[in-house]
Design a protein. Sequence first.
Length: 237
Amino acid sequence: MMSDFQGKKAIVLGGTSGIGLATAKLLQQAGAEVIAASRRGHLDEECPGIRVDAVDVLDRDALGEFFIRHGPMDYLVNAATGGARATGPFLEMDLDGFQGSFAKLWGYTNSVRIGGHHMKAGGALVLVSGYPARKYGPGYIAISTVGNAVEGFVRGMAPELAPIRINAVSPGLIDTPMFPQQGPARQRFLEDGTRHHLVQRAGKAEEVARGILFLLENEFVTGTVLDVDGGALLANP
């Protein structure tokens, strides 16, 4: 296990389930002091050593109080989804739903703007995008547009934040509680969604979390997007 996290403090927003929780666990195992936070404020599983708090990343006042309470920090990861994301044909889509999909971007910008004032020198931030940002398909224009905005935000912010580093990880289809299907229906959904990928299975949350830890600890990486997608971007179709 990497040792560069000993004595470091890491905050993981959206850290109580899925990719965020997997990241919080790996950071804690690597020696970091970890605070995992989400709107609901409780972990999906028992994780001794991880502190838990509740905060809504869309509430700027609450987020400011949160960072005052827990800062300063060495690392900030935001894996919060921001709520529902609109899908379906754009010309038939409820535009309020399309606009609401950008809650993820606003949550990210809030966390960078407010949390950036509480970063230690040499700190690093990681946001979570997704392969639809560069793999377009019918019915996913809201998800693709938001992901594209997240990745553009990271590239644009890197020169402004330096020497603090900021990067993004872009997962493929990952088997997490984000997808509600259960039993055989879930298995079919994951198999259908990765049938044409170079790695023909859904990814694991820990596989994405390891990519996040790489971006946090590698001091020569900033303003980039790391794809952890099983070859989804190279899939045909």
